[in-house]
Design a protein around this ligand. Structure first.
Ligand SMILES: Nc1ncnc2c1ncn2[C@@H]1O[C@H](COP(=O)(O)OP(=O)(O)O)[C@@H](O)[C@H]1O
Ligand SMILES: [Mg+2]
Length: 370
């Protein structure tokens, strides 16, 4: 898929902006704090419905303004889609697809697929399990809107179950009905996650091996809180889930918190057998995330039938020349947006078709186009 056009009004530091993009390579060059990432963020919001930088939609509205507007025109293999997002300080955000207002925001998912790669993504391998669950949630939701709805449902049940545990004052209480609901939606999350990780792990292993020229083997393992095997069916997972809840019953009453379920899942990344969270070098961690991101491109292609767009925010300078080359070479059929502060950017010298934009203080001009 290709993003043909972006329009912004009162978005971040943009008063008004209209850009036509190159179908292959788009490079946004500028000093810090000029508005490069804001452009990627706007495209991301049009794809996912929320920012990757903030949970507060209002932050994206230009200072002193009441509303912000994003419009993205997408060209897909089979159709064209126009996505509009209206952010407001007074109302909930509005999302329109081909001029129709969506009643459920989740219905936006799948209209525009993106893979984002930013320095923040290093957190997926370096930081706590929250980051890895966020990664799974975002990526699976994009490919499978059903997952998004199940996750929302699970989180609501979890909240209510936690509230009941919190209010527990030594009286008898009955969690059965909540347990059943927790298990019903939780077991689906576990199945979706297991299947997703199985597939992406395989792709990432191949990718990582190629990038490291056969020196490193990357393994990604789903470390689920309720244990699940490769061939477990929904029924098996529900039984395991239920047994584990039983096992943790007393501890939950003591801690007044739901301790069992996919909200406690994790992933393990290993290179040549060693957990890279603790034992990987910075370079290995970066390459692992690069492999992961490139795998997502392939996974989405397999799932939705065409490549997503790729947003690379400030990552080029962090990769060595070899990795940069590998990346650019692998992106021939994928529309890519790159932000960089480098004045002489990247490996586009060898005749790659592209459009290069200069970004200065919320104004964008075309620098060169080929
Ligand atoms: N809601 C907002 N209203 C006005 N300006 C904003 C808003 N949010 C961020 N900015 C401005 O946007 C700029 C940062 O843009 P960003 O795209 O992150 O920069 P970079 O070019 O470094 O990627 C900063 O100058 C910041 O003050
Ligand atoms: Mg930036």
């Amino acid at each position: 898929m290709i993003v043909e056009e972006l329009k912004l009004m009162h978005y971040r530091n943009y008063k008004e902006l209209q850009l036509q993009f190159h179908p292959k390579l788009n490079i946004l060059v500028g000093e810090n704090a000029q508005g490069k990432t804001n452009i990627l963020e706007a495209i991301y919001v049009a794809a996912i419905g929320k920012s990757f930088r903030t949970n507060k939609d209002q932050e994206m509205i230009k200072m002193l303004m009441k509303n912000a507007y994003i419009k993205v025109k997408v060209n897909k293999l089979t159709d064209k889609v126009a996505i509009e997002i209206i952010l407001s300080k007074e109302m909930n955000k509005k999302i329109k697809v081909n001029k129709l207002s969506l009643t459920k925001h989740g219905d936006l998912l799948g209209n525009l697929n993106v893979v984002l790669f930013s320095p923040e993504d290093l957190k997926i391998v370096k930081e706590g399990p929250n980051e890895r669950r966020r990664f799974m949630n975002n990526e699976i939701s994009q490919m499978l809107p059903k997952y998004y709805y199940t996750l929302n449902q699970y989180n609501k049940i979890l909240q209510q179950r936690n509230k009941i545990l919190k209010d527990y004052r030594g009286k008898r209480f009955d969690l059965d009905i909540w347990n059943e609901q927790l298990i019903n939606s939780g077991a689906w999350l576990i199945i979706y996650r297991r299947n997703f990780i199985k597939r992406i792990a395989l792709l990432a292993k191949l990718m990582h091996r190629k990038i490291t020229e056969g020196l490193e083997t990357l393994e990604i393992q789903y470390d689920s809180n309720v244990k699940v095997k490769d061939d477990d069916e929904l029924r098996d997972i529900k039984i395991n889930f239920s047994n584990k809840i039983e096992e943790f019953k007393e501890m939950e009453e003591r801690r007044r918190l739901t301790l069992v379920g996919p909200h406690r899942d994790d992933l393990i990344f290993r290179i040549n057998g060693l957990d890279i969270k603790n034992y990987g070098s910075q370079g290995q961690q970066r390459t692992a995330v690069l492999s992961l991101k490139l795998s997502e491109l392939e996974l989405i292609k397999g799932e939705v039938g065409e490549y997503p767009i790729l947003l690379l925010d400030d990552v080029m300078s962090e990769l060595d020349a070899k990795r940069q080359n590998y990346l650019i070479k692998n992106l021939k059929n994928i529309q890519t947006f790159i932000t960089t502060t480098m004045t002489e950017p990247l490996n586009i010298k060898n005749g790659e078709e592209h459009k290069l934009f200069k970004v200065i203080d919320g104004e964008v001009s075309i620098f060169s186009s080929k």
